[in-house]
Write a new protein. Structure first.
Length: 222
């Protein structure tokens, strides 16, 4: 892989999310950076670096405590650019997600599915302000869905983000069907199922814009 020139990517928000870990009965924390136009997601979550460093592929390269990782996902072309450092070892790659994720046609579908997004009258308080609650469910199965919380005061194009994931999923399962949706704009803060079981929750938001400069490595400026 090589870059003919330096690229600059703008990250508008970085959110720390708590995610329940059923295996350890604890909460994992993952930080995700959002480009508000919906084009890029970024993370440098240490848990990913440690897990990769502990694999057989990297077991002799370095102690997992001396590792770092940067992942940048392009939702438009479904490519992932990453930088991994294990001690004195450095790896940079720009890869098509479809080429590194195995195809599982067993989960393919041919029908079209429409997701309904319904705003609820209730509000929830997060980060000392009221935020909007929505129900998200398949049109034909209103009892199977999620409640999601968005901060509509922090613009984020969720349809672009979601379209990238959906197109990748359809491609990876060789599906001929389609999934239709229209998610309101706003920074994603929380999700729980219809039985009120927490799935993910924002615990910190950094709204200081970051510029990621990429030229064989990641340089992050604030």
């Amino acid at each position: 892989m090589s870059y003919t020139q330096e690229r600059s990517i703008e990250i508008d928000y970085v959110v720390d999310y708590a995610v329940p870990n059923k295996r350890t009965q604890s909460m994992d924390t993952v930080s995700i950076g959002f480009n508000k136009d919906g084009k890029f997601l970024w993370t440098n979550a240490s848990v990913l670096a440690k897990k990769l460093a502990d694999t057989k592929f990297m077991s002799k390269a370095s102690n997992s405590e001396n590792s770092e990782i940067n992942l940048l996902y392009n939702t438009i072309n479904n490519k992932i650019l990453f930088s991994i450092i294990f001690g004195d070892n450095e790896i940079y790659a720009n890869m098509d997600m479809a080429s590194i994720i195995p195809i599982n046609s067993e989960n393919s579908f041919d029908e079209d599915i429409s997701f309904m997004i319904t705003p609820l009258n209730q509000k929830e308080s997060m980060f000392e302000r009221e935020v909007s609650v929505f129900e998200l469910y398949p049109q034909e199965e209103s009892n199977e869905g999620l409640r999601i919380i968005l901060d509509e005061n922090l613009y984020c194009n969720n349809n672009v983000f979601t379209s990238g994931f959906i197109s990748l999923m359809l491609k990876m399962t060789s599906s001929t069907g389609d999934i239709k949706f229209d998610i309101p704009n706003g920074l994603f803060l929380k999700a729980y199922d219809l039985n009120d079981n927490l799935l993910i929750e924002a615990i910190n938001i950094d709204t200081d814009k970051k510029t990621i400069k990429i030229n064989y490595n990641f340089q992050i400026e604030e």
